[in-house]
Ligand binder design. Structure first.
Ligand code: SF4
Length: 252
């Protein structure tokens, strides 16, 4: 059964649907740890990880992880948000790595409900989990934001690049996209070659690149070099709107 860490209503801050009003469901748990992405002081300890650390490190954030035993709970949360809105926002399922639950009854039940009800659903994933699209057909109507990790994550290639999982998404969905997080160091080294290795077989799939940074200061250090990188190689620049607007505020 999945763990839900938080849910909130905000604007999508990254990728294809940047700026779109969206209800977010953040699930806990990840098969990677991406220790090179940042350094944080939490509960008196120095820990390394990404800006979604709360959804990755269960030991440190156990009090925020809620075990969900029925998809009805998630549907009710969604309905509470909808009561205050006169339109239908997008739904974003994120993490952590939400697809560690891809064949879980509760998780899939929620995805199936959303698709059957006609919601536009994006699942933000590191694209390392190979989904069985034939048995779990609702995923064919989901948009996957494939945030495949590069070497700047600190994870080994064999863990962070699973080509079978990427191929399953690319071949079974009408629209999904790639989203890479870049900083100056990876650009100077080998970002282009790393990206081509991952996306090269899928010229029809859009590629977004965004700067590393969970605060305005770090973002500003990386944004222009990423913008120039996109202009040189023909990728699409994505900012991190949630950081520009709300900096490090939670649930944004
Ligand atoms: S895959 Fe994503 S959520 Fe998991 S540790 Fe890396 S950046 Fe964080």
């Amino acid at each position: 059964m999945p763990y839900l860490v938080e849910h909130f209503y905000s604007l999508q801050g990254e990728g294809k649907f940047i700026g779109t009003p969206s209800i977010f469901f953040r699930f806990g748990g990840c098969n990677l740890s991406c220790k090179s992405f940042g350094e944080y002081f939490i509960k008196g300890k120095k820990v390394y990880g990404c800006d979604s650390l709360r959804a990755v490190n269960r030991t440190l954030f156990e009090d925020e992880w809620k075990r969900v035993e029925d998809s009805v709970y998630l549907i009710d949360v969604l309905k509470d948000y909808l009561e205050n809105l006169d339109f239908r926002p997008h739904v974003v399922i994120t993490g952590g790595e939400p697809l560690i639950y891809w064949n879980d009854r509760v998780f899939y039940g929620f995805v199936e409900y959303l698709i059957n009800e006609g919601f536009t659903v994006t699942i933000e994933t590191n694209a390392t989990q190979t989904i069985d699209f034939e048995r779990f057909g609702a995923y064919k109507s989901v948009i996957f934001a494939m945030a495949v990790k590069l070497s700047n994550s600190g994870e080994p290639y064999e863990k962070r690049v699973v080509k079978e999982a990427i191929a399953a998404i690319a071949e079974n969905t009408d629209y999904s996209f790639f989203k890479f997080t870049l900083d100056r160091s990876v650009i100077e080294m080998r970002a282009y070659e790393e990206i081509v290795d991952i996306v090269g077989d899928y010229p029809h799939i859009e590629v977004f690149c965004m700067p590393l940074g969970d605060n305005k200061e770090t973002l500003s250090k990386n944004d222009k070099v990423v913008a120039e990188f996109c202009m040189i190689y023909g990728f699409i620049y994505s900012d991190r709107l949630q950081v520009r607007l709300w900096n490090r505020q939670k649930r944004r």
